[in-house]
Design a binder for this molecule. Structure first.
Ligand code: SF4
Ligand code: SF4
Length: 102
C-alpha cells in the first residue's frame, strides 16, 4: 500500500472510530429539551437517529416549528446542553464517565 492509500485508510478508520463512539442518546438533538429536532427518530433498538443524517447540517426545525442551525457536534462540544453529561465525545475530551442510554 502506498503512502497516500495508507493515509486515506487511516482517515477512514479514524472517522469510523469517531462515529462508533456516539451512543445515539439523542441529547445533542434536543431529546431532553421541550422542543427537540423534528428529524430525530427513535430506532427499534431504542437509540436515536437522524432521519436525514447525510444532509443534516444547516437550517432545521424543531417539532414545534422553531428554526435552528444543525452543526457538527465538535462545534459545540465545549459547551453544554440538556443531557450532555452522557455524551461520549465529552467523555473523550474530559474523561467523564458516560452512563448507559438504556
Ligand atoms: S438534523 Fe441535526 S439536530 Fe436534527 S436530528 Fe439530525 S443531527 Fe440531530
Ligand atoms: S449527545 Fe453525544 S453521544 Fe449523545 S447522540 Fe449526541 S453526539 Fe452522540
Amino acid at each position: 500500500m502506498n503512502e497516500e492509500a495508507s493515509y486515506e485508510l487511516y482517515l477512514k478508520k479514524s472517522a469510523e472510530h469517531h462515529e462508533a463512539l456516539c451512543k445515539r442518546c439523542g441529547a445533542c438533538c434536543g431529546l431532553f429539551e421541550k422542543d427537540p429536532c423534528s428529524e430525530l427518530v427513535c430506532g427499534e433498538d431504542g437509540r436515536y437517529y437522524c432521519r436525514i443524517y447525510e444532509d443534516r447540517f444547516g437550517l432545521r426545525r424543531t417539532v414545534h416549528g422553531n428554526e435552528f442551525l444543525c452543526v457538527p457536534v465538535r462545534n459545540v462540544i465545549s459547551g453544554s446542553w440538556a443531557g450532555s453529561y452522557q455524551c461520549a465525545y465529552k467523555r473523550e475530551l474530559t474523561g467523564w464517565r458516560v452512563y448507559p442510554v438504556k
